[in-house]
Write a protein that binds this ligand. Sequence first.
Ligand SMILES: Nc1ncnc2c1ncn2[C@@H]1O[C@H](COP(=O)(O)OP(=O)(O)O)[C@@H](O)[C@H]1O
Ligand SMILES: [Mg+2]
Length: 220
Amino acid sequence: MPGEKLEVIRIGAEAVVSRLEWNGFKMVSKHRVPKPYRFPELDEWVRDKRTLHEAKVIASLRKLGIPCPAILLMDRSEATLYMQFIEGIELKRALDSLPAEEVERLARELGRIVGRMHKGGVAHGDLTTSNIMLDKYGNLYLIDFGLSALTDDPEELAVDIHLLDRSLESVHHRVRATFMKSFLKGYMAAAGMEFLQRLIEKVKEIRSRGRYVEERRKRH
Ligand SMILES: Nc1ncnc2c1ncn2[C@@H]1O[C@H](COP(=O)(O)OP(=O)(O)O)[C@@H](O)[C@H]1O
Ligand SMILES: [Mg+2]
């Protein structure tokens, strides 16, 4: 392992994320941990595939000019990615204390980023405010591409917008409406009206399906 481990940032369901320093250079490692309930050979294969997938998606995103951490090294034998440390905080932790104009600016910027990413054929797969980082200069970065997909399927792209909206609804209820309005403005600027319109239709579909499922759950 290159560098010295400073702290564990997050022990997630799938991966352990740690902060490291190597020759004064700050980085992050994301290690996909073995799952004891999986057959060992299968487990190794799954972890390797996901590690490789995340690195590939990040490589395509960087080509599209989407702000995300640069991959510095991939250790496939350990299912570990070493990447640039984004010095900042999760948007989730910043949103509630920011002034309204700043929230609108960030939402518009995020819309532009996501619109460009979708136009480029990438669905994030887990677009919540915990997977968006904000640095001290006010720049946004997307992280966590473990569930992402290279796709043009409007349904998969629409899931990103749906999830973002849901994460705002549950955690940042106060800013949700203005955030989404500015987000869609930015998205339209990057992806165009027609592209956005198609996705909005899909988002509505996904939402009504979700409501249907919830109602059925309540009845049973
Ligand atoms: N490159 C990075 N720079 C700074 N912090 C990061 C970076 N990658 C991950 N993190 C932090 O670790 C947390 C978990 O990482 P993430 O990739 O989202 O894994 P998980 O699958 O567990 O959600 C993030 O929410 C963020 O706070
Ligand atoms: Mg995450």
